[in-house]
Design a protein around this ligand. Structure first.
Ligand code: 5RP
Length: 262
C-alpha cells in the first residue's frame, strides 16, 4: 500500500516520525490512541527493531496495546511504570494555548490519566486540528452507564448557563448499540460549536455525578508537532514559547505502512 497515502495521512506520519525522536533509551512513554498515534507506535516499533531502542510503553487503549505488542514494543501498565517521562498522543482539536479536545477515538479517560502522569505531553497532529476556539469538534464526555439519560439531561440543562453556541448531545453509537469504552462506560458527544471558557467547562462537567471524565485537556499539553503533507513539521513548545521548523524526507517503508490498523 505504499504510495497510496493521502496528504493528511502523510502529515500525520511526519508529525509522528518527528515526535518519535523524543523517545530515548530507558524512558517510560505513554502511547496515545487514534490514527496519528498509530503512526507513532509503528515508527517506534521500527526504531526498536532497527536501532535497538529500549523503552517501556504504556498504551492508552486496548487497540494501542495490541499494535504496540505487534511491532515489538515492551508494553507495561501505568501502575508498573508509575510515572512517565513522556506521553505522545493525537488530538481532535488544539488552540493557541495548546488546550485540547480529545476522545474522538473513545479513549479520553485513559489518555488523560496517562498524560497527567507524565513529565511531558507531546501532541502530534495534522494542520486541520488547529482551531481558534475549541468546540467545533463535538466534546466527548465519558459517563457511567447507570442513569446515563439522567446524566445527559443534567449536562444539557447545565449548558444553558454556559458560554457555548449549541447545547445538544448525542450518545456515541457502535452500530445499533451504545459505544462502550475500555473502562465499560459510554460517551456523550456534546455539540457545542464553540466553548467560550474551556477551563470552566471542564470543571463544571467533572462535578456532575455520572460523569467520569471529559475530553478537554487543559494545561496538560507541552508541545504540538504539526505535520504537513509535504513533509514539513512545526514544533510549538508552549513552555519555551518557541516554534521550530523541520522537514522530513518522506520515505515510506514497507514494514511501516502495511496493515495499518487504525
Ligand atoms: C482518541 C483521541 C485521538 O487522539 C483523537 O481522536 C485524534 O485521532 P486521530 O489521530 O485519528 O485524528 O483522542 O480518543
Amino acid at each position: 500500500m505504499t504510495g497510496d497515502l493521502s496528504p493528511i495521512d502523510k502529515a500525520k506520519f511526519v508529525a509522528a516520525k518527528r515526535a518519535a525522536d523524543f523517545v530515548e533509551d530507558g524512558m517510560r512513554v505513554g502511547l496515545g490512541t487514534g490514527s496519528t498515534a498509530a503512526w507513532l507506535v509503528r515508527c517506534l516499533g521500527e526504531m526498536v527493531r532497527d536501532e535497538g531502542l529500549k523503552f517501556r510503553g504504556v498504551p492508552t487503549s486496548t487497540r494501542t496495546a495490541e499494535l504496540a505488542r505487534d511491532v515489538g514494543i515492551q508494553v507495561v501498565s501505568l501502575d508498573e511504570a508509575k510515572w512517565l517521562d513522556l506521553t505522545i498522543d493525537g488530538a481532535d482539536e488544539f488552540d493557541s494555548d495548546l488546550n485540547l479536545i480529545k476522545g474522538g477515538g473513545g479513549a479520553l479517560l485513559q489518555e488523560k490519566i496517562v498524560a497527567t502522569a507524565s513529565d511531558q505531553m507531546i501532541v502530534i497532529a495534522d494542520v486541520g486540528k488547529e482551531v481558534e476556539s475549541l468546540g467545533t469538534f463535538p466534546l466527548p464526555v465519558e459517563v457511567i452507564p447507570f442513569g446515563w439519560q439522567t446524566t445527559q439531561a443534567l449536562i444539557e440543562e447545565t449548558l444553558i448557563s454556559m458560554d457555548v453556541l449549541g447545547r445538544n448531545s448525542t450518545m456515541r453509537m457502535n452500530g445499533e448499540v451504545p459505544f462502550i469504552t475500555d473502562e465499560g462506560n459510554h460517551i456523550l458527544d456534546l455539540h457545542l460549536g464553540r466553548i467560550g471558557n474551556p477551563r470552566q467547562m471542564a470543571m463544571v462537567l467533572n462535578q456532575m455525578p455520572g460523569v467520569v471524565e471529559n475530553g478537554l485537556f487543559i494545561d496538560i499539553c507541552d508541545m504540538v508537532i504539526l505535520g504537513y503533507g509535504d513533509g514539513r513539521v512545526e514544533l510549538r513548545d508552549i513552555n519555551e514559547g518557541t516554534v521550530e521548523h523541520d522537514k522530513l524526507d518522506f520515505v515510506e517503508s514497507d514494514n511501516l505502512f502495511t496493515d495499518l490498523a487504525d
